[in-house]
Design a protein. Sequence first.
Length: 405
Amino acid sequence: MDLFEKCRQFDRADRIRAAGFYPYYKTVEGAHGPDIVIDGKPVIMAGSNNYLGLTVHPHVLEAARVALERYGASTCGSRLMSGTITLHSDLERRLARFLGYEDALLLATGYQTPQAIIPVLAQRGDLVLSDRDNHASIVRANAMATGQGARVLRFKHNDMPHLEALLRAAPLETPKLIATDGVFSTTGVIADMPQLVSLARRYNARIMCDDAHATGVLGRTGRGTGEHFGLGPDDIDLVMGTFSKSLASQGGFVAGPSVVIDYLRNVAPPAMFSASPPPPVVAAALAALDILEAEPERIARLHQNVSRVITALRAAGFTVLSPGGTGIVSILVGQEERTFVMAKALLEAGVFVNPFVSPGVPQGQDLIRTSFMATHEPWHLDAVIAAITRVGLELGLIPWRSAAD
Ligand SMILES: Cc1ncc(COP(=O)(O)O)c(C=O)c1O
């Protein structure tokens, strides 16, 4: 059989295209802000991770322009070889200081970052305990750790008794890593970090928290899950994140004790064998960090926006899966085709959202994820709420009675 046979037999995307629902790879014209253009039509963006609205901020744009002219378009090399410039070291220092850790390491993408941590630290004889709803990048990194001889066990989502049972069953002296998202990307649920920390202490485990959706979002000053719970570097051993959400750029990072970060810097394959983030991209992240530090009120605005949407959608009768306090508002739909139909109807109504179906979420948990920015105005939010309510009524997701209340 030909290696490509599986590609010829793959018909899922074609079936969705044929039904007219294919929602992916939409071309967005112009910059990502609250208002975008798709297929020549103005649309409200309610499906972006640009939580603080900084992708079009003049300071971010200017910093990227200056770096482009000074350092050129690319470093054309890995951090280890020829790819480190002053901007990379500046951003590492700034991030470590901002998050309160001894040191930080930059990687080319957030997706690569768990691969620079989990399979590098967890090898033969070690145990990884991973929340079942962790992001795909952690799932991939776990598979690599298994390939290195580590044992990987998944615990039920945010289920501390289950995690404790798994920890108790392992020998105390076994080195362990608990891997969790800080904010879970499909629902906006926040990890039970105080309990994770307490279990980690009791059972000789280290914690790695993926704060991709928490940096710039959780905590009064946006320092993430640790700040949200009043925890710090003595509690959460390693924090990783991405610049592609609140920090309006691209690339990943991990912050932690200098002895660990220096080890990763020198032995983690993604740091050694992949070109470093390009200069304008790093400068944009540095500028976004300036704004985050100078204008924490953006975080409060984001939370107000999300709270307004959650309150309205709950009142309309939707099952809102998100607790609030993050940038994410997800609505349970529970059926694949209906989820695609809803995303399409919303786009036709002028609202861009993200549909999630299996395997991105467990079967039967299909959902529409909306996400918001500090820069959405009240009229954007009202238009999004009105469109979701109308489409939800048409699809029978909410009862007519509740919507009228
Ligand atoms: C929790 C989480 N971790 C990591 C990533 C990967 O980050 P990036 O897209 O910047 O590579 C994402 C992206 O969606 C994410 O949601």
